[in-house]
Design a protein around this ligand. Structure first.
Ligand code: NAD
Length: 303
């Protein structure tokens, strides 16, 4: 059991995950470059640190939940990064990166961590979105040494409901980018179909009921519906705020494209999805939830 858990990256996902660690009885110490994000935790009595290095020195295990590979590399290997802690007695035993990054970045970091005596790392990206992050019902896809997976399990179970071992370092990240490729395409398919249905005169609520008991049913139709007013508690019901930013979806599609290029895989739908979500970002919706693609791209409603 870890006495002190460090948490770095207190954004849409990380803040909710860190709260669930507190609820499960863990003592956490946190760091984020955004002062407001830190303030929300210091106001609750959580110890805030001035750098990743300080977090490492105060924790037995560290979890990172950052936007993209460059941020993760910076937090691990930059000046005052997690791996710059020199006294080995002060180093965390376990590093968990839950950010969505490419498998190569995960493997590079895993190799760097396993070079440090007594330290292990897992890549453990998540699926489920802010709703599951809040409810501690995320799915974790874990890559790394089996011993590190066993060590991470209880911590991850306090933030999720499924923890799946995917194999060696980088395999969690591979699972995640494949998941998001499929999710991007299914969100586009559902949005296009709902927009067409509405144009032809069928209300979105009716079409949702039909989809959800028919062969088009998927997460984008039954859990994260993109049409405002169809479901409560999802980003489409709050002007597409506070979900999975469109710019992060573009990032993930490019991670998939890079990984595909390495192995020569054909990914025509990934390329088209990248184009559509990139234009959504260029039109000023980069920080809105990616389901905003329904309103702004297919429904032609640009406020
Ligand atoms: P976010 O942008 O809301 O949060 C990221 C946080 O990291 C911010 O608070 C930011 O200030 C902080 N940060 C950035 N650089 C930093 C640095 N160098 N040091 C410390 N803190 C730093 O992003 P999010 O939506 O919480 O997503 C985080 C990760 O989880 C991404 O990789 C994303 O792809 C993935 N993810 C997101 C969702 C979702 O629904 N939002 C779902 C699954 C996976």
């Amino acid at each position: 059991h870890f006495q002190r858990v460090g948490f770095i990256g207190l954004g849409n996902m990380g803040s909710r995950m860190a709260n669930n660690l507190i609820k499960s009885g863990y003592t956490i110490v946190v760091y984020d470059v955004n002062d407001d994000a830190m303030k929300r935790f210091s106001e609750k009595g959580v110890l805030t640190m001035a750098s990743p290095r300080e977090v490492a020195e105060e924790s037995n295990a560290v979890i990172t939940m950052l936007p993209s590979p460059s941020h993760v590399m910076d937090v691990y290997t930059g000046q005052n990064g997690l791996l710059t802690t020199c006294r080995s007695s002060n180093r965390p035993r376990l590093f968990i990166d839950s950010s969505t990054v490419d498998p190569q970045t995960s493997r590079k970091l895993s190799a760097a961590v396993s070079g440090l005596k007594g330290c292990e790392m897992v890549d453990a990206p998540v699926s489920g979105g802010v709703v599951s992050a809040e409810a501690a019902s995320l799915t974790f896809m874990v890559g790394g040494p089996e011993g590190a997976f066993d060590a991470a399990r209880a911590l991850l179970m306090s933030m999720g409901k499924d923890v799946v071992y995917c194999g060696g370092p980088g395999n969690g990240s591979t699972a995640k980018i494949c998941n998001n490729l499929a999710m991007a395409v299914s969100m586009l398919g559902v949005s296009e179909a709902f927009a067409l249905g509405q144009s032809l005169g069928i209300p979105a609520g009716t079409l949702t009921k039909i989809f959800n008991s028919s062969s088009a049913r998927c997460w984008s139709s039954d859990t994260y519906n993109p049409v405002p007013g169809v479901m409560n508690g999802v980003p489409s019901s709050r002007n597409y705020e506070g979900g999975f930013a469109s710019r992060l979806m573009v990032k993930d599609l490019r991670l998939a494209a890079d990984a595909a290029a390495e192995v020569g895989a054909t990914i025509p739908l990934t390329s088209l999805a990248d184009k559509i979500f990139t234009s959504l970002c260029d039109e000023g919706h980069a920080t809105k939830d990616f389901s905003a693609v329904f309103r702004h791209y297919f429904n032609g409603d640009d406020e």
